[in-house]
Design a binder for this molecule. Structure first.
Ligand SMILES: Nc1ncnc2c1ncn2[C@@H]1O[C@H](COP(=O)(O)OP(=O)(O)O)[C@@H](O)[C@H]1O
Ligand SMILES: [Mg+2]
Length: 254
């Protein structure tokens, strides 16, 4: 993780990608009689930031969970791994009992060791956890109960766990929700460093300004794909206006 976050980016011609490319082919998903996703076709190139946008309920989380193998979809999702096969995942919601007496360190211990968390964080994981928490500015709060963290602090911890072990593919489901400006720019810096080190980043996000700034590619989904391409090509002023002004207008005018 440290290397991924600290080493200098290589020029593109020398870049070696650790992250995979991904292809979604005719992906579909139904719950009972309800079609959630239909005929989803697009590719994610390795070592890029690929943002997935679209209205609430449009199927973004379902698509990410299909990629993780957690949803029984139709069609085919192929992940071509050039190197390691580590996936880091920041879920949209961390559903847990807020009265549960676990500290940030306990939570990190549960992520990275088989050894029960109540025996403490194993020495061999301690340094990696310290680096990971420091990278998201949470080292000083490592003894704090998870239930006492603010929404933004919890997001930071969720991000820290996704960096252990160093991911080749990072899947982020609206990880910026609840983050303040400082947290948000810290995340931006981390994502750029990870990308510069060849990690593939698949990022569900709703802030179109940030998508325009950060993404190499963007795909908009609302049951079907509405558009997909580079932000400069597909995020036209009309579309941005539609998305920002009235979410329902999303599918209508595209
Ligand atoms: N486990 C489930 N069972 C039934 N319906 C679900 C389930 N998970 C998601 N859905 C439905 O699928 C649709 C897409 O949800 P989701 O992928 O979470 O949308 P998004 O992330 O784009 O807001 C929603 O209508 C949601 O209610
Ligand atoms: Mg979602």
């Amino acid at each position: 993780m440290t290397d991924l976050l600290t080493s200098q980016p290589l020029p593109d011609s020398h870049k070696s990608f650790s992250g995979p490319c991904i292809s979604f082919e005719r992906v579909g998903l139904r719950f009972g009689n309800t079609t959630i996703l239909e005929d989803i076709n697009f590719n994610v190139e390795n070592g890029t930031i690929h943002c997935l946008i679209g209205p609430n309920g449009g199927g973004k989380t379902c698509l990410a969970r299909s990629l993780l193998g957690q949803m029984p979809h139709t069609g085919r999702i192929t992940i071509n791994w050039p190197a390691g096969k580590v996936i880091g995942y920041v879920p949209q919601l961390l559903d847990f009992d807020h009265t549960l007496p676990i500290t940030v360190d306990d939570f990190m211990a549960m992520i990275c060791q088989d050894h029960p968390a109540f025996f403490g964080l194993k020495k061999k994981h301690h340094d990696a956890v310290t680096r990971s928490l420091a990278a998201v500015g949470m080292e000083s709060l490592r003894k704090r109960q998870m239930g006492q963290l603010s929404g933004g602090e919890r997001q930071r911890v969720l991000f820290a766990q996704a960096l252990l072990p160093s991911p080749d593919l990072l899947i982020l489901d609206e990880p910026m929700t609840g983050l303040d400006e400082v947290g948000s720019s810290l995340f931006e810096d981390m994502l750029i460093k990870l990308k510069n080190n060849g990690v593939t980043i698949f990022w569900i996000h709703h802030d179109l300004k940030q998508v325009k700034k950060m993404a190499d590619f963007v795909t908009c989904v609302n049951r079907k794909i509405l558009f997909s391409g580079s932000p400069a090509d597909v995020l036209t002023a009309d579309r941005i206006l539609n998305v920002l002004s009235r979410e329902q207008a999303f599918p209508v005018n595209l």
